[in-house]
Design a protein around this ligand. Structure first.
Ligand SMILES: Nc1ncnc2c1ncn2[C@@H]1O[C@H](COP(=O)(O)OP(=O)(O)O)[C@@H](O)[C@H]1O
Ligand SMILES: [Mg+2]
Length: 170
């Protein structure tokens, strides 16, 4: 059954050739985010997960003076914006059980935008409706984002990605 479903999972890719491209993409994601949305960010250290989160925060109108940092040690930071931003980082966590022990899974259902770096630590407890972004750092320092949207995100994401591509060409 799962194998059959996988055939229907749509993936989109977006090429981010510069920091500016990442900022454009993040800004759009933030501006278009709805309360209850979940964005998962995976990829190696230095790929750009926190950088993208900073741009998303700008798109959510999080105060410019509110510097968005990696929450590795605290695991979760909350920032007020157009809607609240819950920024989590599971890097230091072992597995889904630890996420649940610490109660972070409760944030998946809060009204705000939840961003989870290193979400793959706990894939099995993530809500199905989420936007999963994997950032790949290429040899030439550009980034490729592989996007897997839950069905509720598919349509909006395609529009957004096309808009970003146009902007990046300008
Ligand atoms: N196109 C790009 N997108 C994102 N980050 C980039 C890009 N080009 C260069 N960088 C740099 O790469 C680094 C990414 O670091 P960071 O966002 O902390 O990664 P992560 O959170 O994935 O570990 C930053 O110093 C950022 O300025
Ligand atoms: Mg980070």
């Amino acid at each position: 059954m799962y194998r059959m479903l996988e055939v229907f999972v749509k993936k989109y890719t977006l090429q981010l050739d510069s920091l500016t491209a990442t900022e454009i993409f993040g800004l759009y994601l933030g501006q278009n985010a709805n309360s209850g949305d979940i964005i998962c960010l995976d990829g190696d250290l230095g790929a750009g997960k926190t950088t993208l989160t900073q741009a998303i925060a700008r798109g959510l109108d999080v105060d410019k003076n509110c510097y968005v940092t990696s929450p590795s040690f605290a695991i979760m930071h909350e920032y007020p914006g157009r809607i609240p931003l819950f920024h989590m980082d599971f890097y230091r966590l072992q597995d889904a059980a630890e996420v649940e022990d610490l109660g972070f899974d409760e944030y998946f259902y809060m009204s705000g935008l939840t961003i989870i770096e290193w979400s793959e630590r706990a894939t099995e407890i993530l809500p199905e409706q989420r936007l999963s972004l994997k950032i790949i750092l290429n040899d030439d320092e550009s980034r490729t984002v592989v996007m897997e949207p839950g069905t509720e995100y598919s349509h909006d994401l395609l529009l957004l990605v096309n808009k970003c591509r146009q902007l990046m060409e300008d």
